[in-house]
Design a protein around this ligand. Structure first.
Ligand code: UDP
Length: 250
């Protein structure tokens, strides 16, 4: 196994920095090393401050990637680390492509989204890369009985990469509670990625992403997010105050 990623702290929450996240995960896949991947952004960092269970789950995850622009700017500004942003959806897409190219036959599972969305996302990927071994999908809205059935299915199938799109913090907590069902799998929280892959929603144009403005597009698409997005100025203010503290200490 190549070197473990370097770890930094973003307002007390760990984030791992390395040059090739998909390569590292493909090694985990090859070695059957159970891995939980968390895609960290400013909003999740603020949620973790208020939710100790979420904070604990992130601390325990094997890989926490800098998904959001806020986290990347924090690392540059406060940890002096030149870091490339790694959006979770792009990491998931690269993983799917590389697994397809390597024809590893790894078993993949999509869980989450409104009824039919994960199935449609799977159909999209199967068309793109026919060699992918997508062994099952499950919607993220279900009864407790259906959830039991899902857990049984996962136990029987033993997928090797499980994409969980339930939103934050639901997906992180669910993975932490259930990863023992498939201890050798890579479990990755993918938020609303199934919505994008299924064509239910669209991603921000690249120029907005490149200018750290993806959040603005999400706000335009889903105005009800405004309350959640108050976490962004809160994060910026905390980072600023933290910076003043370290300056004072030097
Ligand atoms: N979702 C789900 N079950 C739930 C709540 C949400 O499957 O009980 C799905 C929802 O349909 C959407 C995703 O979780 O596809 C959340 O996407 P969002 O972009 O809001 O994720 P976040 O911004 O929290 O990463």
């Amino acid at each position: 196994m190549s070197k473990p990623p370097k770890m930094f702290s973003v307002l007390g929450i760990p984030v791992h920095v390395m040059s090739n996240y998909p390569g590292w995960l493909l090694e985990c896949l090859q070695l059957s090393t159970g891995t939980h991947v968390v895609t960290l952004n400013a909003e999740m960092t603020m949620q973790a401050e208020r939710n100790p269970s979420l904070a604990q789950v992130i601390h325990n995850a094997e890989l926490v990637i800098p998904d959001g622009a806020g986290v990347v700017l924090y690392l540059q500004w406060l940890c002096w680390q030149k870091v490339q942003r790694c959006p979770g959806i792009e990491l998931a897409e690269t993983l799917l492509r590389e697994i397809g190219e390597q024809q590893t036959d790894a078993k993949l599972f999509f869980y989450g989204g409104a009824p039919g969305v994960a199935a449609k996302a799977a159909e999209f990927w199967q068309q793109q890369i026919p060699s992918l071994n997508l062994v099952g999908t499950h919607s993220g809205y279900h009864s407790p009985d259906e959830e039991e059935q899902l857990k049984q299915t996962l136990t029987e199938l033993q997928p090797q990469v499980i994409f969980v799109g339930l939103g934050v913090p639901r997906q992180e907590l669910w993975i932490a509670q259930n990863r023992h069902l498939c201890p050798q799998a890579i479990w990755i929280g993918v938020g609303g990625s199934f919505d994008i892959w299924s064509g239910t929603k669209t991603r921000a144009p690249a120029w907005l992403g490149n200018n750290n403005l993806e959040w603005l597009y999400r706000l335009y698409q889903e105005p009800w997010r405004w309350r959640r997005m108050l976490a962004l100025p809160e994060f910026a203010l905390k980072a600023f105050l933290y910076r003043l503290t370290i300056k004072g200490a030097i």
